[in-house]
Design a protein. Structure first.
Length: 297
C-alpha cells in the first residue's frame, strides 16, 4: 500500500511538472533576422576582401575592392581626348589683341583730335572720322569675338560627351570598392580573394544580430490579447531543465490566419489556424537564427 502511495505521488508530481511546463508559454516560434546579401557591383578579379564569417561590420565600412585597372586606363584615355579636343579652342584674347591695339590707338587719336578741335587746330570732320574709326574697330572686335566664341563652344560641345563618360567611369570605379551597407555580423561568405566576380554576384550575407526577431504563432483565442508594442517574456532553453528569459516587444501582428507550421507547437494543439507575430528581442549573443523560442504573454 505504501509503495502504491509513493508511486501515485511520483505520477502526480510528474503530471504537475508537465502542466507547469505547458503553462510556461503561450506561443512558440523560431528566431530570425533581416538578412542582407551584398553583391558585386562590378565585374573583375577580387583583389581584396577583408571579411570572415562571424565578423561584425559597420555600415559604410570598406572591406575590399575589385580590380579596376582597365577602368583607370579608360579614364586616362578620356582625359587625353578632352585635352586634345579643347586644345583646338581659339585663344580669343590673343586673336583679338591686334584689334584691341587698333582700338586703343583710335581712342588716342580721338582724344588728340578733340583737343585740337577745342584749340581750333582741327576740323569737325577729323573728329567725326576718329569717332567712326573707333566704332568700326569695336564692331570688328565684337564680330571676331562672336565668331571665335561659336568655334570655342563647338569644341566644348565635342568635349561634353567625353566628360559624361568620365563621370560614368568614376561611378564604375566607385562600385569597384566593396562597401558594407548595414551594421551586422557576417553570416556567410560566398567569395574569396583572386576569384573573378561579376555584376550582381553575391559576395557575402550579413544580418543585424544585436536585436533579433522571434516569429511566434498565436491561436485565434489568443489574438485578442496581443497588441503591437506589448511587452512579453521570451523563454529559450538554457540547460536541460532551465530557461533563459528575455524581455521582448511585439512589433508586428499578421492580419491573416495561416495553417500552423509543422515545426511549431501551440498552446491549443487542436488549433489549425494561427496568427504570426514578430517579437523584437535584444540579443546578448546567446540567441541564434533558427533557434527555438517560447513566449509568455
Amino acid at each position: 500500500m505504501k509503495k502504491i502511495l509513493i508511486l501515485s505521488a511520483i505520477i502526480l508530481s510528474g503530471l504537475t511538472a508537465c502542466n507547469k511546463t505547458e503553462d510556461k508559454y503561450d506561443a512558440s516560434g523560431t528566431f530570425e533576422a533581416v538578412e542582407t546579401i551584398v553583391s558585386a557591383e562590378a565585374a573583375g578579379t577580387i583583389k581584396q576582401l577583408n571579411i570572415e564569417e562571424g565578423q561584425e561590420l559597420k555600415a559604410g565600412q570598406t572591406i575590399g575592392y575589385i580590380d579596376s585597372v582597365q577602368l583607370y586606363l579608360k579614364k586616362k584615355q578620356l582625359h587625353a581626348q578632352i585635352k586634345a579636343v579643347l586644345g583646338g579652342k581659339p585663344d580669343i584674347a590673343a586673336q583679338t589683341a591686334a584689334l584691341q591695339e587698333q582700338l586703343r590707338q583710335a581712342e588716342r587719336e580721338q582724344h588728340r583730335v578733340t583737343n585740337l578741335l577745342e584749340a581750333d587746330a582741327a576740323t569737325q570732320k577729323q573728329l567725326d572720322d576718329a569717332n567712326t574709326l573707333i566704332a568700326v574697330v569695336k564692331k570688328q572686335i565684337a564680330a571676331q569675338r562672336s565668331s571665335l566664341g561659336i568655334t570655342s563652344a563647338n569644341f566644348e560641345d565635342q568635349a561634353a560627351p567625353l566628360a559624361v563618360q568620365i563621370q560614368q567611369v568614376n561611378d564604375r570605379l566607385e562600385k569597384c570598392r566593396i562597401i558594407n551597407a548595414v551594421n551586422g555580423t557576417v553570416l556567410t561568405k560566398y567569395a574569396e580573394v583572386n576569384e573573378v566576380t561579376s555584376n550582381g554576384k553575391p559576395i557575402y550575407k550579413i544580418a543585424e544580430l544585436n536585436s533579433i526577431i522571434l516569429r511566434a504563432y498565436v491561436t485565434g483565442d489568443q489574438i485578442s490579447h496581443v497588441k503591437v508594442s506589448q511587452q512579453v517574456k521570451v523563454l529559450v532553453d538554457d540547460t536541460k531543465n532551465t530557461y533563459k528569459t528575455y524581455p521582448g516587444t511585439i512589433e508586428w501582428i499578421s492580419d491573416k490566419a495561416e495553417f500552423t507550421p509543422k515545426t511549431i507547437q501551440t498552446k491549443d494543439e487542436r488549433a489549425n489556424l494561427v496568427y504570426a507575430v514578430k517579437i523584437r528581442v535584444k540579443n546578448d549573443g546567446y540567441l541564434k537564427i533558427g533557434m527555438y523560442g517560447e513566449v509568455k504573454l
